[in-house]
Design a protein around this ligand. Sequence first.
Ligand SMILES: [Zn+2]
Ligand SMILES: [Zn+2]
Length: 270
Amino acid sequence: MEEDTIKAKLFDKAHNKVSRWGPNHPGAKELAKDYTSGQQLLGVFSVVSNVVTSIITLIYLVRLFQWSYIFSVGVSIVLGILGADVLSGLIHWFADSYGSVDLPVVGKAFIRPFREHHIDPTAITRHDFIETNGNNFLVTFPGYLIAMYNFAFLPTSHVIKWYYVYCFLFALSVFINLTNQIHKYSHTYSGLPWWVTLLQDCHIILPKHHHRTHHVAPHETYFCITTGWCNYPFERLGVWTGLETLIFWITKIKPRQDDLAWAKKGQDIK
Ligand SMILES: [Zn+2]
Ligand SMILES: [Zn+2]
C-alpha cells in the first residue's frame, strides 16, 4: 500500500475517533495495562539496591583518587558516557526492530515499553520514577556488586592498576541508569528544571529536537538516547541499515514487523 494511502486511512480513522497515536490508541491502551505490580516491586528493589551499591562504589573510588589521575579519570568518564550512548542505541535498535511482546519473560518486561513508546510517545512522561528507570537500574546492579566485592576483598594494588577501567565502568553504569530519565526529559515540554534544559541545549544530554528524528515512522534511525552523540556518525556510516541487512541475510527476518503490527492495531490498515 502506498504511504499516502496509509496516511489517508489513518486520517480517516482518526476522524472516526480511533486514535492513530497517543493514550487512546487501541494498542497503547493494551500495552499500558501490561505493567504489573510484580514489575513495579522489582523496579523498587532495583532502584534502591542500585543507589546503595553505586554510592558505596563511588566512596571507594574517591578514597583511592589522586590529583595526578585527573586527566585520565576525565577521559575515562567521557568514554563511559560515550559507551552508554552506544549501548542505548544498540539495545533500543534491537528492541524496536526485533522480538515481540509475546516472548516469554523479556516480552512484557523489556519489549513492551518500546512498543508502547512508539504509539504513545507521551506515556513515558506519565510514568513514575520506578516505571521509567527500573529496568536500567536492574541491568547495572550486578556490575556495582562485582566492583564492591573487588574493592573489599582484592588487594588495593589490583584496584589501583585497574583504576581507570573502574572509572570508565562507573561512568558507563551511571549513564545507563540515567538513560530513560534523560529520554523522558526529551519528551517533556513543560516544568523541566532549568539545568536540564541547559544540558539539553548544550547537547550534553539528549535534546528534544534531536530525538524527534527517531519518532518519524517507521522509527528506523537515531536510536541513541543517552546523549545522542553517536546518532549522526552512525547514520553516516549506515550502522543500523548494515546490521539489519546482515540479520536479514542470515535469518530472513525483516526489521520492525512487530512494531508495525502494534501501530496498525485497531486502525484497519493492510
Ligand atoms: Zn524507538
Ligand atoms: Zn522517544
